[in-house]
Design a protein around this ligand. Sequence first.
Ligand code: IPE
Ligand code: IPE
Ligand code: MG
Length: 282
Amino acid sequence: MFLDDVSKFLGDLFRPKPDHITVSSAPAPAKTLLPEKLPRHVAIIMDGNGRWATGRGLPRSAGHAAGTEALRDIIRASDDWGIGALSLYAFSTENWSRSKDEVSALMGLLLRYFNSEIDELDEKNVKITILGDVEGMPQPQREALVNAMARTADNTGLRLNIALNYGGRAELVRAAQRLARRAVEGEIAPEEIDEAAFSGELYTAHLPDVDLLIRTSGEMRTSNFLPWQLVYAEMVFDSCYWPDFDRVRYLKCLWEYARRDRRFGGVKGQAPERANSEEDAN
Ligand code: IPE
Ligand code: IPE
Ligand code: MG
């Protein structure tokens, strides 16, 4: 990465944020949140569309359609509040195992979503990245995704990552293959393969690790989502189904995150010391 790229990247992540976040309909304690307490990178597993619809006697596809409304609200809120990066799990490699009808309803919605939102997202300076195997998507969807990425490539606002045809293990295998290829070509020595080099081959290269993972629908698992990037993420589970998730619930998750004590293996209040010093050995 050139210096210009580095400063642009840092500028993107630390772009000016509002003084505080206010949501008028939020309950009193959740009214404001200081920007320094915000996660830099939020990941969301948008789950529960099917159950939302079934509970109303509707087809599962109606739940997915309702889910796109929540999606709009959460993307706008992230942009309004100055979140640096937002990664959304929209379709996993395992989701191909659903019925043909459901998969085609999801693919149709995806196309409609990109066609109707791209102008506004681009206007808002949002940079879209697809996490996952775009080549493995049907042609019309693939074209829409490639266009969205190309059109917003130079944008410097919210980094919006949408995981589509995404599998976490597949992402790790892909990174290993890309490094192996570079090693065979003499571009990198095997001993130079460290965590930074590995990170650089992931779909999320150049983004910070996930600080906060939110999953709706009450399920408490990661379902093959961002296994590398989530290692130190704080996790917040909301029992509501995704179509019922809105910016007030989102703000509550951010509040929960803000009061967590992140230690990264250290001890609170203690300055980190050098590990394995000679003194330790004696
Ligand atoms: C999440 O909702 C959307 C996708 C996986 C595409 P689900 O469709 O998984 O909804 P539930 O979990 O069956 O209720
Ligand atoms: C995870 O939800 C995938 C997405 C939200 C796109 P699933 O509904 O597919 O996950 P499981 O099957 O409950 O683990
Ligand atoms: Mg589900």
